[in-house]
Structures are given as structure tokens and as C-alpha cells.
Design a protein around this ligand. Structure first.
Ligand code: NAI
Ligand code: MG
Length: 489
């Protein structure tokens, strides 16, 4: 194995207020990564590897193994063999292992944050303060449930499902791995997980952590590759449950391909959330909520507030304040702790967003970008608004998955509810108003799995997350997240 030559990166600058101790000053990334099956790293059957890049510099970071059907079969067999003993372990014992994973993740948080940012493009501030701590919190939270399943589901005789195949996207790589693995293990299932092809590294670091944690071999297997590898997991006959987060197109494909089998399925797909600002809202706070709603993680967020509805009477002032605030956003080097908007995750995604710029302009919407400069190298997009959009525009109906906000105005509450719901998606929404009654009225009428009031993009392991309509089905997080991994009488 070519594990000796390691890239050494100095990331002390990212931790000025909290300098790293000597032994964690550097993050080590191997030149090549193998598949994590049955507790060890093994070469892929095909001997094929693909490159992974830093989207901020376009430089190659490492090479990742491509798993084929034989590798998937090996991983599923390992998970199946591990399932018996793991599911028979007491909940308390399972919980101990999961706590250990959580603690190790906290100890190695810096390394995870740096790698997440290097490979994914997100600002280091977000990886450090949000993604990695939340991922560890998911393990802590579900570790606590492992010995309380009987209390969580009284008289339901909760039993694990078996082997779970888990396929995750590139926008929150480690966090999505945590969302999937932690509840599955707490319930006594074993796992074959595949990260997205542009962001495999923190999942592979997690594999190293899991190996070091002493978790019994085969309980978690992490294999890498693109769509073909994902499809091989979905179609493997000895998988009991598929959990997928990603595009609506692939979600539909997965649903079709497992139709007629007894595999259980949860899908967490796209979104196009309405962020609704009423005239009685605290305007400065609402502007912060709009900024956070759409520019957090470059807008690569399924629950992003990508449609702004602002009440007509305050539209001018809100839009002016929004434009002023956008001027202060720093777009650039994701490793710089002052950066607000990092790199677009891949060239493919950059081209997709640029294509939507053309579409929006052709549809007749007004295009506006902040005047900031962006680096010459790497994949970057300035924070962008489309004004004067209408309900039928593609930029209003379709998920762009970038720092691009489509703005509409409204007069009445009925009108905004109608427009907010008139869309194929139903994942999340935001409401900004001073009136509690308005909030309650809207939370019952908006067809969205999550409705935030006077805040946006707030996540917590205790709250269920998931959508309606083309945003998928099933819930992750909280008690609901457990039931997705249990057979309940
Ligand atoms: P994708 O849905 O193709 O990829 C998500 C995951 O599914 C990856 O791990 C991928 O390797 C895997 N996959 C791809 N084809 C598969 C198949 N046939 N069977 C099983 N697994 C498969 O998403 P992609 O292509 O990366 O992004 C396209 C668009 O999807 C984005 O522009 C965005 O609009 C949307 N998207 C939405 C996400 C969300 O969280 N709502 C996350 C990622 C993408
Ligand atoms: Mg795809």
C-alpha cells in the first residue's frame, strides 16, 4: 500500500483562538484509499481508483477505490455475518460502542473539519462549528437510545431490520454519514455505507475511527464509488433497508428498482423552501435569516431557503437591506476562517448553477450579484438574486443547489400559502413575523416537513427531519429516526 507518502497540511491558521496541540497540528491524507470492509481496508476487486479534488484549488487530493458488485457483495456479507452477534448484544453494550465513536469524533474534530473543508469546499467556520460537532452529537444522541428502545416503543417489540444500505450526498458528508449510521447501530442493524464520489474522505476517516474504536468487525462497512456502486448496493438481494439522501431523480430510480422486494426505504430528496417575510417581522433579523437560509454551505442545502416571499409593503426595504448585507459576504478560500461562502463542490455543480443563470435570464427575471471578487482558480459563484420572478419560472420551481435566491412578493397570507405550496417539493419552510397566531396558522397550512419560525437552518439530533411530495418520505433524527431502522409490531 502506498500509505507512506502522506500529504502534510498545516492548518494552524484556521484555529487561531484555539491553537491545536502539537500532535494534531497536521492532518494526514493518504495518497490512496481502499475500501473498509469487515474492519479492515481492502483493495477493490477492479483495482480501479478515481481522483478526488479540492474544489477551491482544482488540485488533486487523493485517490479513492471504486467498488464494484463483487466488493458490494463482500461488504454485504460482512454486514450480514456481523448482524447476528451485534443485534444480540444488549442495548447498553451497543450504546457504549456508539458513545466511543462520538468521543473519538470530538477528539479528532479538527482533522475532520479541515478535510471536510478541503474536499467539500465549505467554509472552515461551518465545518468546525456546525458539521463536525453536529455529527458527533448524532452519535451521542443515538447512543443514549440504544438501551431504551423498549421505552421508546412500548408494546411494539422493537427489532432491528438487518443490513442497511446507506447512500449519502456530498453537501454534508460526515454529518449525513452520522445521520445514517448512528440510529442504525443504536437499533442493532449493521451497515454498508457509500459516500458521494466527490466527498469520500471524511467517511474514510470515519472508517479509520471506527476501526480504532474497536467496534466489532463488519458492523459498519464503508465502500466508495459513484452511481454504479450505489446501484449495486440498492440491488443487492441481501439488503433489508435502503436509506438514501440525494437528488429526486435518483430517489425515484431507487424506488422503482426496489419495488416488489421487501426492502424498507427512506428517501431524503431535494427541496425548494419558501422563506416568508411578513410586514410585521423584525426586519434586520429576517435579513440575516434570508442570508443564512440561502448562502449557508454555498446553498448546497436540501432545506435551503431558496425562494424568498416578501410582503409587498416591505419589499423595497428588505431587498435593499439584503443587497447591502450581500456586499459584506466574503467569497473565497474555504480554509480562511473569515470566509462566508466557500467553493462550489464540483465543476459539474458549478456548470449546473451557471446553466440556471441562463435559464433565469431567458425567463425574464432580473439577475443581480454582489460586487465581490472571486478567486480565479477553483469553482466559485458570487451570491446571486433573481428578482421579479414568477411562480411558473424554472428558477422558482427547480432545485438549483447553489447560492441563488429567487424572490417574489405577495400581498395576502392566502396568496403566499398558495404559492409556497405550489411546487413539487415539500421539505422545509421559514416564517418571519411578530405574531404567534400567524406562525401557528402557517405551520399547519404549509406542506413542508420542517417549518422554522423566526429562524432558519437550525438542526438538532432530537428533531425529526424529512419531507413530503418529491422531497421524499421517512424521517431522520429524533425518535422518528429510530423507527426507520426498526421492525415494530
Ligand atoms: P445524486 O443523487 O446523483 O447523488 C447522491 C448519491 O447517490 C451519491 O452518493 C451518488 O453516488 C449516489 N447515486 C447516484 N446514482 C445512483 C444510483 N443510480 N443508485 C444509487 N445511488 C446512486 O446527486 P448529484 O448527481 O450529486 O447531484 C445532482 C443534483 O441533485 C444536485 O445538483 C442537487 O440539486 C441534487 N442533490 C440534492 C441533495 C439533497 O440533499 N437534497 C444532495 C445532493 C444532490
Ligand atoms: Mg447524479
Amino acid at each position: 500500500m502506498s500509505t507512506k507518502k502522506e500529504i502534510k497540511l498545516d492548518f494552524n491558521s484556521a484555529w487561531e483562538l484555539d491553537p491545536a496541540p502539537e500532535d494534531t497540528k497536521h492532518v494526514s491524507i493518504k495518497k490512496q484509499y481502499d475500501l473498509f470492509i469487515n474492519g479492515e481496508f481492502v483493495k477493490p476487486n477492479s483495482k480501479k481508483y478515481f481522483a478526488t479534488y479540492n474544489p477551491a484549488t482544482e488540485e488533486k487530493i487523493s485517490e479513492i477505490a471504486e467498488a464494484d458488485e463483487k466488493d458490494v457483495d463482500k461488504a454485504v456479507k460482512a454486514a450480514r455475518a456481523a448482524f447476528g452477534p451485534w443485534s444480540k448484544l444488549s442495548g447498553k453494550e451497543r450504546g457504549k460502542y456508539i458513545y466511543r465513536i462520538a468521543r473519538l469524533m470530538q477528539e479528532r474534530a479538527r482533522e475532520f473539519a479541515v478535510i471536510e473543508t478541503m474536499e467539500g469546499g465549505k467554509p472552515i467556520r461551518e465545518s468546525r462549528d456546525i458539521d463536525i460537532p453536529l455529527a458527533a452529537n448524532h452519535f451521542f444522541y443515538y447512543a443514549g437510545w440504544a438501551d431504551k428502545l423498549e421505552y421508546a416503543f412500548p408494546n411494539k417489540n422493537p427489532k432491528p431490520l438487518g443490513v442497511a444500505g446507506q447512500i449519502i450526498p456530498w453537501n454534508f458528508p460526515l454529518l449525513m454519514a452520522a445521520w445514517k449510521i448512528a440510529p442504525a447501530l443504536a437499533c442493532g442493524n449493521t451497515v454498508v455505507l457509500k459516500p458521494a464520489e466527490t466527498t469520500s474522505l471524511t467517511a474514510l476517516k470515519l472508517a479509520e475511527l471506527i476501526r480504532d474504536s474497536g467496534l466489532p468487525k463488519g458492523v459498519v462497512n464503508i465502500i466508495t464509488g459513484a452511481g454504479k456502486t450505489g446501484a449495486a448496493i440498492v440491488n443487492h438481494p441481501d439488503i433489508n433497508k435502503i436509506a438514501f439522501t440525494g437528488s429526486t431523480d435518483i430517489g425515484k430510480l431507487i424506488q422503482k428498482s426496489i419495488a416488489g422486494t421487501d426492502k424498507k426505504l427512506t428517501l431524503e430528496l431535494g427541496g425548494k423552501a419558501a422563506n416568508i417575510i411578513f410586514e410585521d417581522a423584525p426586519i434586520d433579523q429576517a435579513v440575516e435569516g434570508i442570508i443564512n437560509g440561502i448562502f449557508f454551505n454555498q446553498g448546497h442545502v436540501c432545506c435551503a431557503g431558496s425562494r424568498l416571499f416578501v410582503q409587498e409593503s416591505i419589499a423595497d426595504i428588505v431587498i435593499q437591506k439584503l443587497k447591502d448585507r450581500m456586499e459584506t459576504l466574503k467569497v473565497g478560500d474555504p480554509m480562511d476562517k473569515n470566509t462566508d461562502i466557500g467553493a462550489i463542490n464540483s465543476k459539474e455543480q458549478l456548470l449546473k448553477i451557471q446553466e440556471y443563470f441562463k435559464i433565469g435570464k431567458n425567463e425574464g427575471a432580473d439577475f443581480y450579484q454582489s460586487s465581490c471578487s472571486i478567486p480565479k482558480k477553483g469553482y466559485f459563484i458570487k451570491p446571486t438574486l433573481f428578482l421579479n420572478t414568477s411562480q411558473s419560472h424554472r428558477i422558482v420551481q427547480e432545485e438549483i443547489f447553489g447560492p441563488v435566491l429567487a424572490i417574489q412578493t405577495f400581498r395576502t397570507i392566502e396568496e403566499v400559502i398558495e404559492k409556497a405550496n405550489n411546487i413539487p417539493y415539500g421539505l422545509s419552510a421559514g416564517v418571519w413575523t411578530d405574531k404567534g397566531s400567524k406562525i401557528f396558522n402557517l405551520t399547519t397550512k404549509l406542506r413542508a416537513g420542517i417549518v422554522w419560525a423566526n429562524t432558519f437552518n437550525k438542526f438538532d439530533p432530537t428533531s425529526p427531519f424529512g419531507g413530503y411530495k418529491e422531497s421524499g418520505f421517512g424521517r431522520e433524527g429524533g425518535l422518528h429516526g429510530l423507527s426507520a431502522y426498526l421492525d415494530l409490531k
